[in-house]
Unconditional design. Sequence first.
Length: 180
Amino acid sequence: MSNGPLWYRVSDQTSTPQYIYSELVSTTKPVPVVTTGPTTTPGKVIKVNLTAQNISAYENGTLVHQNLITSGQPGLLTPTGTFQIISKLHPATFYSPWPKGSPYYYDPLHINYALGFQGTLLFLHDATWRGSDFGPGTNVPHTVNGTQMTGSHGCVEMSVDNALWFYNWAPIGTPLVISY
C-alpha cells in the first residue's frame, strides 16, 4: 500500500526520468464521439478519423494541416473519444508492455516525436519502420515489399515529418478527438 500518489515511469532506465501521474491513466474506454463537418471549436483541435486513416489539425475552425496515419491493429484498436495532449517526448524509446513470446511483443522502438494523450498510455508518434506505409488498410494485416505489416498497438502513427509538425504545433492541453 502506498502512502502517497502513484507515478508511472514512461522513460527508459538510462535517460532522464519522466513520469505520468497514475490518476491520469484509465483502463475504461471512452464513449465514442461522432463528428461531422469542419470543427467550430475555437483554438487548436486535433481530429483523427479512423475510417479514413487520417489526422487533421484545426486552428479556430480552419484546417491547417492533414496527413495519413496508421491506427491500431485488430485486437489493439485505437480508442475513440475526446482526449487532451498531456505529454511531449523528443526523443523517446518505447518498451513493449507485453512479454517476449506474446504476439504483441515488440523490441524497444526509437521514437523521434511523441504526443501522449489523456487517460491512456497511447501516443501520436512517428513510425520510421513503416516507410511511407500510412493510410486506409495499413491498420490491418497486409504485405509491403514482401514484409508482413499490420497496424499499431493502439497508437496513431505517422511519418517523422508529420509527427514533427504536430509536436511543434500542439501545446500540452490541445484537444484530441478520435472517431470513425
